[in-house]
Design a protein around this ligand. Structure first.
Ligand code: PRX
Length: 652
């Protein structure tokens, strides 16, 4: 190592003094609050809960058990309404403040600025529409919408009347939509004629029709007219949103919800089986989303906050909608993509609205980094004061580009580690309190007790590397897998009994900083989107010409991880470029474009143990082009298949 420290890239970025002076939470305060949240969780959370408007106060703050059947209950006895907390309670003081800035896909199309008073009225009106369609407390409503304000209105209207929303990302296929509708037994589906992304139309209503051809139970489809494209409307089932709301009263009292009543279901991929419905409940979720949003983004009254996620993912739920609105913030919703019409679009939007807090995913940063500095430097970005990252590990190179080029070296970056299951941020720097290290999510947030264990479950101390678990409950935690509590206990609490297992690997350094190393299970993270390898495999084997398939992730420069599929064809079928294309299209059609295989390798055989188990460790190494270190292959039923796979590997 050189003695000249300037030759090494900087590894520590102290909190800028000016930022610390103005910040909501400085280092001393973080230390004190964190210590209290761990030593006295009940006292800590009871105090924080005062920030919300309760219909009835709780009797008991925390009643959680990670053993046995696993039971997680917060604020029992309390009653609260999420929509009221996000909207009505702000009307007196923030009625004229912009709640949602909506920026359309096409920069030349009209935007929309919606005040708190307007949004509150829209939500109450649409809540009455849902009621008129027969939706009652506890009923499930599936939302399959593009990034338009109606998505927010629909979600909040459900919350207002106690219906449970299940938002399905608009990039999912009809089959994926159908599976999710059936699993939660929705009776109402809300969609739009078409979505728009990067100038391309997405046929949402047509997809919804296909989904409903084989998913029963939906009696009403409410359709937003967005692009004006022609769609088929089915008599007696389909209604236009604008017709349904016309003349409807905007008076709709909020349903008093028990703290543990369900708020939403969000499907996410796991290492086995079909996607599971992650269930979040009311009070604890809202408290956790709002507190983390306020503190991690150092939220001030006049901030213009932009999270670039889609409402179809948990980041959109907690950090476009519920957290920001509960905090009375101005939240920007963007319909488009970062690279259309060109790679300067995000920075134009930042300048157009004076965005102060910008929160995006490493995959977007890497894509923009590839386009060079010019599109960034065309904009001023002087309004920005804080940057955020979410969804996957951010490589230090991308971190530095984000910091130096986008933030002009002025703005701290908060790298936020969390999961659909955690409801809110878990490990992340507080920008006024935490010195930054590029690539590290840094330190745990309030109430979060990380524990790193070895493969036998032994807790590791000090600097170490292993499996990331959380030792105790926090209010935003998921409560169950919808309809399958046993799967919940089994998936998250059985690998290391008594602990919540995240599925992530993690290193802790000598300063106690956490570095997420990626999934240690059969889940891959493609452009910040979580995919179960098993799901892609079952889509592939559903093709008539495929006998067997094994899917693994491999390092991908832009996407973080790419999808690498090994495919064995049925006897008599010959590999061809045409078939490869057909299989790629097949998977896109079965699951959605986010599951598109990047590489398909024809595999005459897959490496299996004598008991028939596919040795994924070997397949991952070959896909990563690390075939020199394949380890012991002597336990394979037929070791020669490995030579063939190495010789014909796709990622050379
Ligand atoms: O592997 C971790 C990765 O994304 C997984 C959670 O994915 P999902 O439930 O789709 O939620 C994404 C948005 C929170 C985690 O298990 N992950 C998420 N954020 C980070 C991350 N990995 C490293 N650093 C992060 N900041």
């Amino acid at each position: 190592m050189s003695d000249d420290k300037t030759a090494e890239p900087k590894t520590l970025y102290p909190v800028p003094e000016a930022f610390a002076r103005e910040a909501l939470i400085d280092k001393a305060r973080y230390d004190e609050m964190y210590a209290r949240s761990i030593s006295d969780p009940e006292g800590f959370w009871a105090e924080q809960a005062e920030a919300l408007d309760w219909i009835r106060r709780w009797d008991r703050v925390k009643n959680t058990d990670f053993t046995g059947d696993v039971s997680i209950r917060w604020f029992e006895g309390g009653q609260i309404n999420v929509a009221w907390n996000c909207l009505d309670r702000h009307e007196a003081t923030r009625g004229a403040k912009t709640a949602i800035i909506w920026e359309p896909d096409d920069p030349k199309a009209p935007n929309r600025l919606i005040t708190y008073a307007e949004l509150a009225a829209d939500v109450r009106r649409f809540a009455n529409v849902l009621k008129a369609q027969g939706v009652k407390k506890g009923d499930r409503v599936t939302i399959y919408l593009p990034m338009i304000p109606e998505a927010a209105v629909a979600m909040l209207a459900c919350a207002r009347i106690g219906a449970v929303h299940s938002v399905v990302f608009a990039g999912f296929s009809p089959d994926s939509l159908a599976g999710r509708i059936e699993d939660c037994g929705s009776t109402v589906l809300i969609t739009a004629d078409e979505g728009l992304r990067g100038g391309r139309k997405v046929p949402l209503k047509a997809n919804a029709d296909k989904a409903l051809d084989h998913a029963g139970g939906v009696g009403t489809v409410i359709v937003v007219r967005h692009t004006g494209g022609t769609v088929a409307m089915k008599d007696g089932r389909d209604v236009w949103w604008h017709e349904a709301v016309a003349g409807v009263s905007d008076d709709c009292p909020p349903e008093p919800m028990e703290s543990e009543d369900p708020l939403f279901i969000l499907y996410t991929s796991g290492s086995t089986g079909k996607p599971k419905g992650v269930l979040h409940t009311t009070a604890g979720y809202l408290l956790y989303a709002s507190l983390t949003h306020k503190t991690v983004f150092d939220l001030k009254e006049d901030d213009v906050y932009w999270c670039t996620a889609d409402v179809g993912w948990v980041t959109g739920h907690s950090y476009i909608l519920y957290g920001p609105l509960a905090n009375g913030a101005t939240t920007l919703m963007f319909e488009g993509v970062p690279t259309w019409p060109d790679a300067g679009r995000h920075w134009e939007v930042v300048d157009k609205y004076g965005v102060t807090i910008y929160y995006t995913a490493p995959t977007a940063i890497r894509a923009l980094m590839r386009e060079g500095e010019a599109p960034v430097k065309r904009s001023s970005r002087k309004s920005l004061r804080l940057l955020g990252s979410v969804g996957e590990p951010i490589n230090p190179e991308a971190w530095r580009w984000y910091y130096d080029v986008v933030g002009d070296g002025r703005c701290p970056i908060t790298d936020t580690w969390w999961q659909t299951e955690t409801g809110g941020l878990m490990i992340a720097p507080l920008p006024g309190a935490t010195d930054l290290k590029p690539g590290s999510a840094t330190l745990p947030l309030f109430g979060v007790k990380p524990l790193i264990v070895d493969n036998e479950g032994k807790p590791l101390d000090g600097a170490c590397e292993g499996n990331l678990c959380i030792a105790d409950s926090w209010p935003g935690q998921m409560r169950t897998v919808y309809g399958d509590h046993e799967r919940f206990a089994q998936t998250y609490f059985s690998t290391f009994p008594g602990l919540y297992f995240t599925g992530d690997g993690c290193r802790r350094d000598e300063d106690g900083y956490y570095w997420i190393t990626g999934r240690v299970d059969d889940v891959i993270n493609v452009s910040g989107h979580r995919m179960g390898t098993a799901e892609i495999e079952s889509a592939l084997v559903a093709h008539a010409k495929v006998a067997e398939a094994a899917v693994v992730g491999y390092p991908h420069e832009l996407k973080g991880q790419g999808i690498y599929a090994y495919v064995t064809l049925i006897a008599g079928e010959a590999p061809s470029e045409e078939l490869r294309k057909e299989l790629v299209a097949w998977v896109r059609n079965e699951i959605g474009p986010i599951a598109t295989p990047d590489l398909i390798q024809w595999a005459p055989g897959l490496p299996k143990t004598r008991s028939g188990k596919i040795m994924r460790r070997i397949l991952r190494k070959i896909a990563a082009n690390e075939h020199d270190g394949l380890g012991d292959t002597s336990t394979l039923a037929d070791p020669t298949v490995v030579d063939d796979l190495v010789g014909n590997r796709m990622n050379k």
